[in-house]
Design a protein around this ligand. Structure first.
Ligand SMILES: *Cc1c(COP(=O)(O)O)cnc(C)c1O
Length: 371
C-alpha cells in the first residue's frame, strides 16, 4: 500500500474472482462460464469487424444494441442501460442509488461482490440470513430501510424466488431501489423484466457473460423505469461515456440475432444439469435444486475444501467458499456432458482413495462422540 492511498480505501477487502490459472489446461467448472463458444454469427461479426475502426471511439449511446435489446425484451430503449459487464451496473447502483438510509440489504450467502461494493461506498450492509434450506425468505426484505439486492436465482445456491415474492418486496419498498440480479435467469428462472412497467423502484440486471457465452467481452445491461436508467447514465457520463468497446457492441448485436442458438445451448445445459445432479446424488452428494448453470453440492464423504483440492490435482477446477455456513459445499459449473462425465469419474476415483477413508473415520468417531 502506498502512502498515497486514501484512508477510506485502506481496509477494503477486495473481491476475489474464481481462479483463472495459466499453468496448465484445466476443465474449468469454477466461474460459471459457458462451455460453448459464442454463436457463429458473433464469431463472424468479430472476424469481419473493421479493426481499423478501432481508432474511432464507439457510439457512447450504443443506439444499435440498445434498440435490439429493447425489441428482444419488449421494452423501450429508454428502459435500457448498457455496461462493461453487469458488475459495473452493480457498482453504479451501490454508488448512487442506495438512497436516504445509506443501507443495503442482501442475503448473507450470495454474490460476494455485494459486500465489496457496500464497503467501497461505505454503506451499511445488512446481511440477511437464509433459511436453513438456503432459500431466501422474501419477508425479510419487506418494508426495509435501504436498497435491496437479490440475485435471482441466487448464487451460489441456485435457488430462486417467485415473481409473486419479488412483487411483495417491491410493493413494500416503494421508496427504495430493489435490484434483481438475473445473471442466471436464462437457465430456467423467471425474469422480473415484465414488472418494470409497473414498478419505478425495480432495477433488473442481466449479463451476456453466462447464457450468451461472452464473459470475455464484458457486456451487461439493466432494465428499469426510464428515470432510473437516466440516473445510471448520469453516472456513466461522469465516469466513462465509452464504457462499451466497438468489438463488444458488434458481438452483442450479433448475439441478439442468434436467439435460437443460445436457447438450444441453455436447454442443453439444463439437461446436463439434471444428468449431473442425479449422478452426484448417486455418489452420496446432497444437491440443491438449481435453476442456474451450476450446482451447489455437498459430499457425504468429504469436506468442500478437500474435494476442491483433490479435483484440482486431477485437472478439474470447481469453486469452494470458506465461509463457515457453506464450507462443506462446492459450486460446480455445468459444462458439456463429456466434461461432466470426466468430473464424475474423477470424483469416484477420489472417493475410493485413502484420504476420504481417513475423513470418514474421523467423522464416524466424531458422530460416535456426539451420540
Ligand atoms: C457472474 C455474475 C455477475 C457478473 O457478471 P458480469 O456481467 O460478467 O460482470 C453478476 N452477478 C452475479 C450473481 C453473477 O453470478
Amino acid at each position: 500500500m502506498s502512502k498515497f492511498l486514501n484512508e477510506k480505501y485502506q481496509n477494503l477487502e477486495v473481491y476475489v474472482p474464481g481462479e483463472q490459472p495459466q499453468d496448465m489446461e484445466y476443465i474449468k467448472l469454477n466461474t460459471n462460464e459457458s462451455p460453448y463458444p459464442p454463436a457463429p454469427s458473433v464469431i463472424k461479426a468479430i472476424d469481419q469487424a473493421a479493426v481499423s475502426d478501432l481508432r474511432l471511439y464507439p457510439d457512447p449511446e450504443c443506439a444499435g444494441l440498445i434498440k435490439k435489446l429493447a425489441c428482444s425484451y419488449g421494452v423501450k430503449p429508454e428502459n435500457i442501460y448498457l455496461s462493461n459487464g453487469s458488475d459495473d451496473i452493480l457498482n453504479f447502483a451501490f454508488m448512487a442509488l442506495s438512497g436516504f438510509w445509506g443501507k443495503v440489504y442482501f442475503p448473507e450467502i450470495s454474490y460476494g461482490f455485494y459486500q465489496v461494493y457496500a464497503d467501497l461506498y461505505q454503506l451499511d450492509a445488512v446481511k440477511v440470513p437464509l433459511r436453513p434450506d438456503f432459500s431466501i425468505d422474501y419477508k425479510d426484505y419487506c418494508g426495509v430501510q435501504g436498497m435491496v439486492v437479490i440475485a435471482n436465482p441466487n448464487a451460489p445456491t441456485g435457488l430462486a424466488l417467485s415473481l409473486e415474492e419479488i412483487r411483495k418486496i417491491l410493493d413494500s419498498n416503494p421508496d427504495q431501489v430493489v435490484i434483481i440480479d438475473e445473471a442466471y435467469v436464462d437457465f430456467g428462472g423467471t425474469s422480473a423484466v415484465p414488472l418494470v412497467a409497473e414498478y419505478d423502484n425495480l432495477l433488473v440486471v442481466q449479463t451476456f457473460s453466462k447464457s450468451r457465452s461472452m464473459a470475455g467481452a464484458r457486456l451487461g445491461f439493466a432494465i428499469a423505469n426510464a428515470e432510473l436508467i437516466a440516473d445510471l447514465n448520469r453516472i456513466k457520463y461522469s465516469t466513462n461515456p465509452y464504457n462499451i468497446n466497438r468489438l463488444t457492441l458488434l458481438a452483442g448485436e450479433a448475439a441478439l440475432d442468434a436467439a435460437d442458438y443460445y436457447q438450444s445451448r441453455c436447454a442443453k445445459i439444463i439437461e446436463t444439469r439434471a444428468y449431473t445432479a442425479s449422478a452426484l446424488e448417486g455418489l452420496g452428494f446432497t444437491v440443491l435444486p438449481s435453476l442456474t448453470n451450476f450446482l451447489f453440492v455437498k459430499s457425504d464423504h468429504m469436506g468442500g475444501q478437500q474435494l476442491y483440492e483433490a479435483l484440482k490435482a486431477k485437472g478439474i477446477l470447481i469453486r469452494h467458499f470458506s465461509s463457515p455456513k457453506i464450507q462443506d459445499y462446492n459450486r460446480i459449473t455445468i459444462g458439456t456432458r463429456e466434461q461432466m462425465n470426466v468430473m464424475l469419474d474423477r470424483i469416484q476415483e477420489i472417493l475410493r482413495q485413502d484420504t476420504s477413508a481417513d475423513w470418514l473415520n474421523a467423522n464416524t468417531s466424531k458422530n460416535r462422540k456426539d451420540r
